[in-house]
Ligand binder design. Structure first.
Ligand SMILES: Cc1cc2nc3c(=O)[nH]c(=O)nc-3n(C[C@H](O)[C@H](O)[C@H](O)COP(=O)(O)OP(=O)(O)OC[C@H]3O[C@@H](n4cnc5c(N)ncnc54)[C@H](O)[C@@H]3O)c2cc1C
Ligand SMILES: *[C@@H]1O[C@H](CO)[C@@H](O)[C@H](O)[C@H]1NC(C)=O
Ligand SMILES: *[C@@H]1O[C@H](CO)[C@@H](O)[C@H](O)[C@H]1NC(C)=O
Ligand SMILES: *[C@@H]1O[C@H](CO)[C@@H](O)[C@H](O)[C@H]1NC(C)=O
Ligand SMILES: *[C@@H]1O[C@H](CO)[C@@H](O)[C@H](O)[C@H]1NC(C)=O
Length: 495
């Protein structure tokens, strides 16, 4: 299926030739890479790939985008670019919101969208998944076999970034994070070798990849444990702002009780949305065993609702329905908080202030904010340990936590420039308050972190050493530190 998409790319790109090849891409052409796989500024397919980034904030402009078709082509390109010291970026789903994570101004972006195959292996009970696949396509394919994997909840998100940064999923209370569910990685190293990392082959790289992001090489295939999955109960509800105090109590008690019903999931946010022109409480409820209105949601379902879409459905359909709008300028920050109602209340109270401040700047109220809470009970990291462990260090937490995401999503770069410092100040204030109650848990979730945060630095010294040792061993020239500046780098993490 992705092959025919590629053909349409190549014919149109060829028709556009001869286009002058920008200097950064010349080494690729000289090495013999077909020019139709190299998209150049001004070409409509280049523009389409740029438009496919989730956040406008991330749409910086590479000199060229290279579309490899398989691991060997990725390897050849990496080797070629490393030999001429040409800076490059690695991009899968392109969902990281900040500029320079998954793209590179004036350099080469290796776009893995063509590596999107999904195959279920019934005898091994695993699924092979290409890094460029989107979660909705993964679930659609596996659903044919009544299977799923522990992946993203929003269907358009990319596979590779989510797994390499950890991955909070609907199955985390049963199976750990997405990275804990990977049994094999196929990895292209800086010297052009294609190797496997498993529990027994290159085990140091295997564990370092579980949270270590793009510090070692380019993952060209993930093999994940398949999970039996058929019907689920789930969807979203919207509740009036007036329920805020009960909603906070409910987040806290839901988090305390996750281990009693590990199939049930909650995401709860206070959010300003243009449609409502006010703050509402928006929730995502889901039970992965397909249990209808499980008791753990009783307190939630007793609250007054504006709207409710929760129903008997499938993971695949939920992934298609749950969509966070693309094409905005997005600021995201994250903290991990102790599961303490006082701290969550403070975050929600300061969110109301943020919304007032944003209304002063954007009176049309076309902006979206999120003050979003997700349970992070100790159970999650216990599952990670059971699965063999990762490098994120979440198991250090001595109490249940709440993963907090603080966002503002606006329509223009000018609005973003004004919103960013407001969000940052909000997060700083929550951080200070939480710290004053000994309520700050060490772990900055890489996939929600702003560029100014230091997620790797929050993993703990021992894990940092493991990541650094693997980076030094598998990439001794430091190609993924120096020539691939995007993402969170172990060479820049604070030890
Ligand atoms: C709408 C939305 C919903 C989300 N939902 C969830 C959720 O349910 N759970 C959750 O945990 N997170 C979620 N996230 C966060 C998400 O995990 C990150 O945005 C993640 O980076 C997305 O993966 P991607 O492949 O699209 O990333 P990209 O932005 O393409 O890549 C992210 C980073 O990984 C590197 N990278 C990409 N591919 C590779 C590769 N193959 N090998 C080596 N390095 C690579 C890139 O260089 C970049 O630094 C969500 C984000 C958005 C915007
Ligand atoms: C399925 O997995 C088994 C066990 O790991 C392996 O031997 C076999 O080659 C796999 N099948 C395919 C089609 O990849
Ligand atoms: C990696 O694993 C795959 C599938 O199991 C296998 O075909 C391949 O030969 C392995 N590669 C190396 C370098 O061991
Ligand atoms: C949903 O499925 C459950 C079985 O899990 C069933 O008891 C219930 O009646 C169904 N509800 C609806 C509205 O279809
Ligand atoms: C959650 O657990 C607490 C005690 O840990 C208990 O008081 C409460 O009733 C439980 N709530 C639900 C919804 O099960």
């Amino acid at each position: 299926m992705h092959f025919s998409l590629f053909l349409s790319f190549s014919t149109a790109a060829m028709a556009a030739l001869p286009t002058p090849i920008p200097p950064p891409a010349q080494a690729l052409i000289r090495a013999g890479i077909a020019s139709h796989q190299i998209l150049i500024k001004g070409d409509s397919h280049y523009e389409a790939r740029q438009a496919s980034y989730w956040s406008n904030s991330a749409k910086i402009k590479p000199a060229a985008i290279y579309l490899p078709q398989n691991a060997q082509e990725v390897a050849f390109a990496v080797k070629t670019l490393a030999a001429v010291k040409q800076p490059f970026a690695v991009r899968s789903g392109g969902h990281t919101n900040w500029a320079g994570s998954n793209n590179i101004e004036g350099g080469i972006t290796i776009d893995l969208s063509q590596l999107s195959a999904v195959t279920y292996n019934a005898s091994a009970e695993t699924a092979d998944i290409g890094p460029g696949a989107r979660w909705r396509d993964v679930y659609a394919e596996l659903h044919k076999f009544k299977r799923a994997v522990a992946g993203g909840r929003e269907g358009n998100v990319g596979v590779a970034g989510l797994i390499l940064g950890g991955g909070n999923t609907f199955f985390t209370a049963r199976r750990g994070f997405a990275c804990d569910n990977v049994v094999a990685y196929e990895v292209v190293l800086a010297d052009g070798r294609v190797i496997n990392a498993t529990k027994t082959q290159n085990p140091d790289l295997f564990v370092a990849l579980k949270g270590g992001s793009n510090n070692f090489g380019i993952v060209t295939k993930f093999t994940m444990t398949a999970i039996p999955s058929d019907g689920v109960w789930g969807g979203m509800a919207f509740l009036p702002k007036a329920v805020t105090p009960q909603a906070i109590e409910n987040v806290v008690s839901f988090t305390e009780n996750v281990s009693k019903d590990p199939d049930s999931n909650l995401v709860a946010m206070f959010t300003h949305m243009p449609d409502f022109r006010d703050i509402v409480v928006a929730t995502l409820y889901a039970n992965m065993a397909g249990n209808f209105k499980p008791a753990t949601f009783d307190k939630w379902l007793a609250l007054p609702e504006i709207m409710n879409t929760v129903k008997n459905t499938t993971l695949k359909d939920m992934a298609f329905e749950y969509n966070i709008p693309a094409g905005l300028y997005d600021t995201w920050f994250t903290l991990t908080l102790k599961n303490d109602a006082r701290i969550l209340s403070k975050a929600a109270e300061l969110h109301e202030k943020l919304v007032q401040d944003l209304i002063a700047i954007i009176p049309e109220q076309t902006f979206t904010t999120q003050c979003l809470f997700q349970p992070l009970p100790k159970l999650f990291a216990q599952n990670s340990i059971k699965a063999g462990g990762n490098v994120m260090g979440v198991e250090r937490h001595s109490s249940d936590g709440v993963l907090w995401l603080a966002t503002a999503m606006v329509e223009t770069a000018e609005q973003e420039a004004k919103a960013y410092p407001l969000v940052k100040a909000w997060v700083e204030e929550v951080k200070k308050y939480a710290a004053s109650l000994d309520g700050l848990l060490e772990w900055t979730y890489l996939n929600y972190a702003d560029k100014s945060q230091d997620p790797l630095g929050s993993y703990g010294k021992e894990n940092l050493r493991k990541i650094k040792a693997a980076a030094d061993k598998y990439d001794p020239q430091g190609v993924f530190q120096k020539l691939v500046p995007g993402g969170f780098k172990i060479s820049k993490a604070k030890f």
